[in-house]
Design a binder for this molecule. Structure first.
Ligand code: ADP
Length: 303
């Protein structure tokens, strides 16, 4: 049997078919066109899914269901996207009902980071863990919480919105901005912004990491400080939730070992360690198809 996964994002919407083993049977993605209504966008998504099914000899009515990963803030009780900043025209749009009527299948929706968390449990880096936190450091920072063998989703599906934990009292350390949110300081977007300010030209976060690796003094210092802030957020999550494992994914985690060793170092120094607690910190295993597999996991996995 197979499930339909749909991953809604501000730049693209990915959709595909995922089997019971977490294998993507077929997938596609379309550009998120913010100049058309969400209703028109979902018409396009449904048409793409029908085309993909036909091309791959799959009968849509045979799908177990549809899983949707979407950016928060959302409301999984009402099935609506409440107010995601990158999808303004979708605010309050009833995604779940609208997809159900277009595809004639049961539809489940969770926050995209929550869905990715379930994917890491299902076929990724947390298969062996019943107590872990997943963090994605990407355009923003998102997280998902999996404790006592269950996904923790909260009252409205917004649990794990760790990007909005306050890690600095007066905000951006370089600019003294009023919001000290974790993602405002330590996301890919934040790294690019701070590096651009330092160098007086547009710098991507990828380039910033390259400059740091090449020993650029100011950028190295910035990158080290960002690693420290990533570690700070992890310390709060460790102390609050006592996970056995933290799984870190997202574009910025591609930097690899320099980030992981700095974060491990900070956490081992600063997280309380009652009774010999040890939280291991590992890279996510799913990258490319994480959104799609996470969305399908909502259908295939009990949570
Ligand atoms: P999204 O936020 O759309 O899910 P990603 O998870 O790819 O996308 O995150 C995008 C962010 O990660 C951008 O800020 C980008 O510059 C950064 N990024 C992507 N790849 C790398 C890399 N190899 N090294 C460092 N930063 C990266």
């Amino acid at each position: 049997s197979f499930a339909i996964g749909i991953d809604i994002g501000g730049t693209k919407i990915a959709a595909g078919f995922v089997d019971e083993q977490g294998k993507v049977l077929a997938g596609t993605s379309i550009k998120t066109d913010l100049s058309v209504s969400p209703s028109e966008m979902l018409d396009r998504v449904a048409a793409e899914i029908r085309r993909l099914a036909a091309d791959n000899g799959l009968e849509l009515s045979q799908a177990t269901g549809v899983g949707v990963g979407a950016p928060g803030p959302l409301n999984t009780v009402t099935g609506r996207l409440t107010c995601p900043p990158n999808l303004k025209s979708w605010w309050d749009y009833p995604v779940v009902d609208e997809l159900r009527s277009r595809l004639q299948l049961p539809v489940k929706m969770e926050n995209d980071a929550t869905a990715a968390t379930l994917a890491e449990k299902w076929v990724g880096a947390a298969q062996d863990s019943d107590n872990f936190v997943f963090i994605t450091v990407s355009t923003g920072i998102g997280a998902g919480i999996y404790l006592h063998g269950k996904l923790i989703t909260g009252a409205s599906g917004n649990a794990g919105d760790a990007g909005f934990m306050i890690v600095h009292p007066t905000g951006d350390v370089l600019n003294n901005e009023p919001s000290g949110y974790w993602e405002h300081i330590a996301s890919g977007t934040a790294i690019a912004r701070q590096a651009s300010e330092l160098l007086g030209r547009q710098v991507t976060s990828k380039e910033a990491f390259q400059l740091a690796a090449d020993g650029h003094p100011a950028i190295s210092e910035l990158v080290q400080r960002v690693y420290t802030y990533i570690g700070m957020g992890c310390v709060s999550l460790v102390n609050l939730l006592d996970p056995a494992k933290i799984v870190i994914g997202g574009g910025v985690s591609q930097v690899g070992e320099p980030l992981f060793s700095a974060v491990r170092d900070y956490v081992s120094k600063h997280a309380l360690n009652p009774g010999g607690r040890e939280t291991i910190i590992v890279p996510a295993q799913l990258q490319q198809d994480a959104g799609l597999i996470g969305a399908a996991a909502l259908v295939h996995c009990a949570y």
